[in-house]
Each structure stands twice: as structure tokens, then as C-alpha cells.
Design a protein around this ligand. Structure first.
Ligand SMILES: Nc1ncnc2c1ncn2[C@@H]1O[C@H](COP(=O)(O)OP(=O)(O)OP(=O)(O)O)[C@@H](O)[C@H]1O
Length: 453
């Protein structure tokens, strides 16, 4: 079959093998054929890219040295254009550094030359098995990035996924805390159970108990039917307490009890119901400091914070920006049904200098805006509109007294900042609050004060 025939063939092969040495290609293809797998092969980076864009594969195996480039380029290409496709590299004996670079870029494994058939078969079987076992819901998002800290974070996540300890994920807004929580859930033994995220800052204090533990019909005005709580909904799976620092103290006591007793009592019910949930939580705030200030209960802090995962802000890992940007641009292009746009070298360089107070979410918003503005297929410096003030915006104080809240809410600058962000997020209040570095409740408070809600 010629490359042209293959491109036009809708039937997917299982594995794409990329090597410029024909006898190695044949050897690999033959062993895979014996495993009942159909192969396509390519002898160069360009040929491989064309096949990857034209057909669907379950696995890709690439040699490192190719006549028009190297295997690392292909690993990067696959992470951005075909995320989710497992790729392994074949490296020359003794070049372990290259293998490590490939793993950091997202390859799942490597083989060394001369290729041993037993090792090859094991690697292929593993790749295909882990794909089949992969749970449907990891939120559809991967934790992308090639920085050393992110590679370490991925390793920690894999380890933590296997046990049941409560994990507190600490990082600024938009750094990927929810992506991480979903990964811990989806890589662990509870993957087939539900993942229930809850934004603790967005539930009104009066309804909190009923939201978490459920209620019985008639237990209060408006309780027209029995209602299941978040704990019951997450039973057998994971309950993710996002913005956990926003929980009122009274609710913290009840939550602690539910976690300790592994049981909840719905509002209006007489007895308790056993629940089996793993608790993950997250916040951009320093919980230990809140404990010291008497704003967060120490006993709950110890319960939920058995292990802390720190997610570094994007400005501490600018090397992740190219991979993230390419991935975001590919996703936007797929949504629009067009070819992905590229970032010019100058645009990329200036992104790497930007402090990104809103982290990956800010990068996503910025690129979405840039795609809307940009006319060609390359996004230039002029399209990315880096507002110098964006980098200077500090998160507002969150636990300060009403007086401080009022002063912040009253300033014109603050009003302009809030309104501009609301416009940018098309009045999606949750998204705007996150970008502004405040809770939904704080945003609502401001809008209410300004007579806008
Ligand atoms: N490493 C990453 N790889 C891919 N996407 C990422 C990564 N980090 C963040 N994102 C994306 O950035 C956006 C924000 O991520 P997420 O909601 O997980 O952040 P967060 O820290 O939970 O934010 P918040 O504290 O405001 O709730 C999402 O669209 C997410 O998919």
C-alpha cells in the first residue's frame, strides 16, 4: 500500500512504526503482526506527521534519529495534536538522557537498540492494556508540561492515586488543581466510581448542610422531596472540596465529623448513612496560616491535609508554556474545525516573560482572544495583547473585615477591573471570579453593592 493509499484509507491500523532502517521496521512489524496487530510504517518525521494527521492509531513507536528530524519532535507533535495517543521511543544503547527527555515530553516508555522482541511485546501489550483500562472520565484533560517540577508532580500523582490518603492541593488560581484532583481519582482504584467536585465558596451557608449531607422531604421550607447530598453522590468515588478555605467554621465542624465517622445524617433524618468517599481538597490560600489566625479548624486541617501537593505557578515554569500553548491552540482549532494556529517566535518569547497571575487559565483566555483577533495562521505579538497591568494585579485580601472589603469594592479601579473581566468572560461569574482571584461570593458581594445584581 502506498502512503497515498493509506492516507485515503479510513480503516485504522493499530500501530505506527517510524524508523528509517527498513530491516528494523520489518522486524518490528512482523512481531506486531504475530500479536494480531496491524501496522503502518514511516521512514521520516514528515511521513509520520502526515499519517498521524490522516489516520487513527492506538500506539506509536518511533526511532530517535530520522533523516529529517528526531523522535522527540514527534513526541511533542503527538502531545499537542493527538494527546492521548501513547508513544514510545527507540533509542540507541547508552543514550539514557535522550530517553529521559522523551519521557519528560510525554512518551510513556522507551526501548533500547538492539530491540529485544520480548521487551517490545511487553511494551506494546502494556500500552494497549493501559489505554483500554483508562477510565472515561479524567475530565478529558491531561496535565501537560515538560518542566522538571511537572514531571515530579506527575510521579507524585501516580503514587498518591494508589493510596487513599486525603490530599490537599495547594496552588494559585488556574494552576490546574482540579485537573490534578481528577487525575488522582482517575488513576486510582476508585476510577470507576464518581468524581464529585464542589466549590465550597459558591454554596450559600444556609444550604450548605443540605448540599453536603442531603435532606428529607419537608425538613425545611422548600424541601419538597428527599434530596441526596454530595457525600452520598460521591460514594464509592472521590469528593473534591475546591476552595476548601471558604467553608464557614460551623460547617467545618460538621464536615470533620462526617469524615471521621464515615457517615452523614441528612437534614431532617433520624439516623446516619454510611458513606465511602476519598476526600481531596484544594485552595490557593495558605491553610496553615488560616489555622494560625483562627479562621480554619486545626482538627479539620490535619484531617484533610495528610499530604500536600504544591502546584507551582506558571511563571515558575515558563518552559511549560510552549507545550501548553500548542495544546490549547490545537483544542481551539478542533472546536472551530480549522487548522491550528502557530505562535510567532516573538509572541512566544513575550509569553515566556509574562507573570501570568491567572496561570494556565489566563493563558487559555489570552490565546482564545488572540485567535479571534488574528487573521492569518500565525499569532503575532500584536495579537496577544499582554496588558502590563495584568501581571501586576495582586489577589485581593480575602479574609479581611467588611471594612476592607468595602474599601476595595468602592474604588473605581476595582470596578473597572471587575467589569472588564466580566466582559472578557462574557459575564460568566465563576470564571470572572477565578480570574480576578476572588471567590464567587466576593464577586457577588461587589455586584450587589454596585446595584448590578
Ligand atoms: N498542566 C496543565 N495541562 C493542561 N491544562 C491545564 C494544566 N493546568 C491547568 N490547565 C487548564 O487550565 C484551566 C484551569 O485549571 P483548573 O481549573 O484545574 O485550575 P485550578 O487551579 O483548579 O483553578 P481554581 O483555583 O481557580 O479553581 C483548565 O482549563 C485546565 O484544563
Amino acid at each position: 500500500m502506498t502512503q497515498e493509499d493509506r492516507r485515503n484509507s479510513p480503516v485504522a491500523a493499530d500501530v505506527l512504526v517510524i524508523d528509517d532502517e527498513e530491516d528494523i521496521r520489518e522486524l518490528i512489524e512482523l512481531s506486531l503482526l504475530r500479536m494480531g496487530l496491524a501496522c503502518d510504517s514511516a521512514g521520516s518525521v514528515a511521513e509520520a506527521r502526515a499519517l498521524l494527521d490522516a489516520r487513527r492509531y492506538r500506539l506509536c513507536l518511533t526511532d530517535m534519529r530520522l533523516p529529517d528530524g528526531d523522535g522527540l519532535e514527534l513526541v511533542e507533535f503527538i502531545q499537542t495534536r493527538h494527546p492521548g495517543l501513547p508513544v514510545a521511543v527507540i533509542t540507541a544503547f547508552g543514550s539514557i538522557e535522550t530517553a529521559i527527555r522523551a519521557l519528560k515530553l510525554g512518551a510513556f516508555d522507551f526501548l533500547t537498540k538492539p530491540v529485544e522482541l520480548k521487551g517490545l511485546r511487553e511494551l506494546v501489550a502494556n500500552a494497549l492494556r493501559s489505554r483500554e483500562d483508562a477510565p472515561a472520565d479524567s475530565g478529558g484533560r491531561q496535565l501537560l508540561g515538560c518542566s522538571t517540577v511537572l514531571a515530579q508532580l506527575r510521579q507524585q500523582i501516580e503514587r498518591l492515586a494508589r493510596n487513599q490518603a486525603p490530599v490537599f492541593i495547594h496552588g494559585e488560581s488556574g494552576t490546574g488543581k482540579e485537573v490534578i484532583a481528577r487525575l488522582i481519582h482517575s488513576l486510582g482504584p476508585r476510577a470507576k466510581g464518581p468524581f464529585v467536585p464542589v466549590n465550597c465558596g459558591a454554596i450559600s451557608p444556609e444550604l450548605m448542610e443540605s448540599e453536603f449531607f442531603g435532606h428529607k422531604k419537608g425538613s425545611f421550607t422548600g424541601a419538597a422531596t428527599d434530596k441526596q447530598g454530595l457525600f452520598q453522590a460521591a460514594s464509592g468515588g472521590t469528593l473534591f472540596l475546591d476552595e476548601v478555605a471558604e467553608l464557614p467554621l460551623a460547617m467545618q465542624v460538621k464536615l470533620l465529623r462526617a469524615i471521621q465517622e464515615r457517615a452523614v445524617r441528612p437534614v431532617g433524618a433520624h439516623g446516619e448513612e454510611a458513606v465511602d468517599v476519598r476526600i481531596l481538597s484544594a485552595s490557593h490560600r495558605d491553610l496553615a496560616q488560616l489555622v494560625a489566625d483562627g479562621r480554619f479548624r486545626q482538627d479539620l486541617f490535619f484531617r484533610i491535609n495528610v499530604i500536600t501537593l504544591r502546584v507551582p505557578p506558571l511563571r515558575e515554569r515558563p518552559e511549560d508554556i510552549p507545550v501548553l500553548a500548542a495544546h490549547i491552540l490545537a483544542r481551539l482549532a478542533e472546536r472551530e474545525g480549522v487548522a491550528p494556529r502557530r505562535l510567532s517566535a516573538a509572541a512566544l518569547a513575550s509569553l515566556r516573560q509574562h507573570p501570568f497571575p491567572g496561570n494556565v487559565r489566563e493563558l487559555e483566555n489570552m490565546l482564545e482572544r488572540a485567535c479571534a483577533l488574528c487573521e492569518g495562521d500565525e499569532i503575532g505579538l500584536a495579537d496577544i495583547e499582554l496588558h502590563p497591568t495584568e501581571g501586576l494585579v495582586r489577589p485581593l485580601p480575602r479574609h479581611d473585615s467588611e471594612a476592607v472589603e468595602d474599601a476595595a469594592a468602592d474604588s473605581d479601579d476595582e470596578r473597572i477591573r471587575v467589569l472588564r473581566t466580566l466582559d472578557e468572560t462574557r459575564w460568566n461569574r465563576s470564571a470572572a471570579a477565578r480570574r480576578l482571584g476572588m471567590t464567587l461570593r466576593q464577586l457577588r458581594y461587589r455586584l450587589h453593592k454596585w446595584g448590578m445584581e
